[in-house]
Design a binder for this molecule. Structure first.
Ligand code: 5GP
Ligand code: ZN
Length: 134
């Protein structure tokens, strides 16, 4: 992908504050952090989103995320961490190269990663169970 900024960052063509790198991934600091240490995990090959991510990279990504989560916690002394991954504009994705957000959390930080809980009605539950086949 010639015009993908995260392809260029992941492959080192554009410099970034890199916390971790291996053959397949780079973990960098987000330029618009939700909290101190907010990092992004990027595969070095282009996939627009989770739907496009090859299975082998999907498997590896969670292991790198696990390593990065521990490194952030141990290095920054955070109390928790949100793993966030947006797919599609409707879900808040703004850069269309798969990435995972690793957002260190501290008690009372008010970073606002979350949602307002709705209600699962019996009708909606039944409809979803009928329609979704994973
Ligand atoms: P999305 O909304 O697509 O899930 O997340 C995109 C993230 O990438 C945002 O948190 C934004 O701050 C970050 N971002 C966008 N452009 C750059 C960049 O050039 N460098 C870095 N390090 N982060 C970026
Ligand atoms: Zn890309």
């Amino acid at each position: 992908m010639d015009n993908c900024i995260f392809c260029k960052i992941a492959n080192g063509e554009i410099p970034s504050a890199t916390l971790y790198e291996d053959d397949d991934f780079r973990v960098i600091l987000d330029l618009g952090p939700a909290t101190k240490g907010h990092a992004l995990l990027l595969p070095k090959t282009h996939a627009a989103n989770l739907y496009e991510l090859p299975d082998d990279l999907a498997e590896k990504a969670i292991l790198v995320a696990k390593k990065a989560a521990a490194g952030l916690r141990d290095g920054l002394g955070s109390d928790g961490l949100n793993l966030v991954q947006n797919n599609g504009e409707a879900a808040g994705q703004t850069v269309f190269h798969f990435h995972m957000h690793l957002i260190p959390r501290w008690k009372g930080d008010h970073a606002g990663v979350g949602w307002k809980p709705g209600t699962l009605t019996d009708e909606t539950r039944d409809e979803i169970l009928r329609k979704v086949h994973i």
